[in-house]
Design a protein around this ligand. Sequence first.
Ligand SMILES: *[C@@H]1O[C@H](CO)[C@@H](O)[C@H](O)[C@H]1NC(C)=O
Ligand SMILES: *[C@@H]1O[C@H](CO)[C@@H](O)[C@H](O)[C@H]1NC(C)=O
Ligand SMILES: *[C@@H]1O[C@H](CO)[C@@H](O)[C@H](O)[C@H]1NC(C)=O
Ligand SMILES: *[C@@H]1O[C@H](CO)[C@@H](O)[C@H](O)[C@H]1NC(C)=O
Length: 316
Amino acid sequence: RDGYGRARRLRMRGKVVEMFYHAYDNYMAYAFPHDELKPLTKGFTDSLSELGNLNLEHLPQDYNGSALTLVESLSSLVVLGNLTEFDRGVSWLSENLTFDVDARVNLFECNIRLLGGLISAHILAKDYSSQNKDGVYQNQLLHLAENLGSRFLPAFETPTGLPYAWINLKYGVMENETTETSTSGCGSLILEMGALSRLTGDPRYEAAALRALRKLWSMRSSLNLVGSTLDVLSGNWIEYSSGIGAGVDSFYEYLIKAYILFGSDEYWDMFHSAYLAVQKYFRHGPWYHEADIRTGEATHWQLTSLQAFWPGVQVC
Ligand SMILES: *[C@@H]1O[C@H](CO)[C@@H](O)[C@H](O)[C@H]1NC(C)=O
Ligand SMILES: *[C@@H]1O[C@H](CO)[C@@H](O)[C@H](O)[C@H]1NC(C)=O
Ligand SMILES: *[C@@H]1O[C@H](CO)[C@@H](O)[C@H](O)[C@H]1NC(C)=O
Ligand SMILES: *[C@@H]1O[C@H](CO)[C@@H](O)[C@H](O)[C@H]1NC(C)=O
């Protein structure tokens, strides 16, 4: 009746598993411990530090990346029931991953991918890890996550509490660093940093992310809309035109997820106000355009893949 009988579901499931191993095994064969596989050339890219840094400034010659794809694959390995491979990954990371590198990385990307990956893998390892080297999982991934999180903190040392978009993992904020960042960059930190504080008992991560989020929310227009780029020193908007896609998307996603994860009404109130404003000013039939946050008037159409998360938020 639904077109998805048992046989078809199993076939689709098998396809997903096959696709996962196709990607994972080739990453491990050709790119690991670098960040990502370049599938056409069988090369690799250290995307965390290369992002927005195409001339690879401030990168040591022998930089080998942060095994990003492995970190991001750990939770999938558990979902697929491959605890042997999961344990192997956890052991490798425990022994070999270090963040004491002279690499300028994007705080947002590093948070959602690396810190988020480590924290989720830590929670899964606590539940499932069976045959780690010493027989027991000893919170190694949490220690790595804490080490990484502590390297984020200097980014938040601004008059506004809004974090710089870029941080050098070894040296903190670089001289003459750009003070421009995006709404996503300031508003998509609370899940990982909040979880890190709850897991370690060190309140600094959650406090920094929450301060930034509150400041960001305080900058909303009288229509309850937020812009897309801003200056972290002045706390002023740079780009007043915004929508639900690039530069803003995960801000909305994190508000509702923070409410679900931490249960605080503050997140729900922010989400609810922001959501109603989006539906009122950005929505046009089934689509969403960009608008000026001061007037609510449409600026331009920009339909992108990043907007596709919105229905997911709506069914949350
Ligand atoms: C990166 O990998 C190369 C080749 O395996 C190795 O010689 C080098 O020591 C590694 N760099 C670091 C920082 O570990
Ligand atoms: C787990 O993953 C590894 C690497 O792809 C593979 O060799 C192994 O067969 C997998 N184990 C199971 C139970 O699927
Ligand atoms: C750490 O990396 C080294 C060098 O690549 C490797 O020989 C070793 O097995 C790794 N450790 C673990 C636990 O996998
Ligand atoms: C930072 O900017 C100042 C003033 O423009 C300049 O003199 C200095 O060389 C810059 N420092 C770096 C590391 O680029």
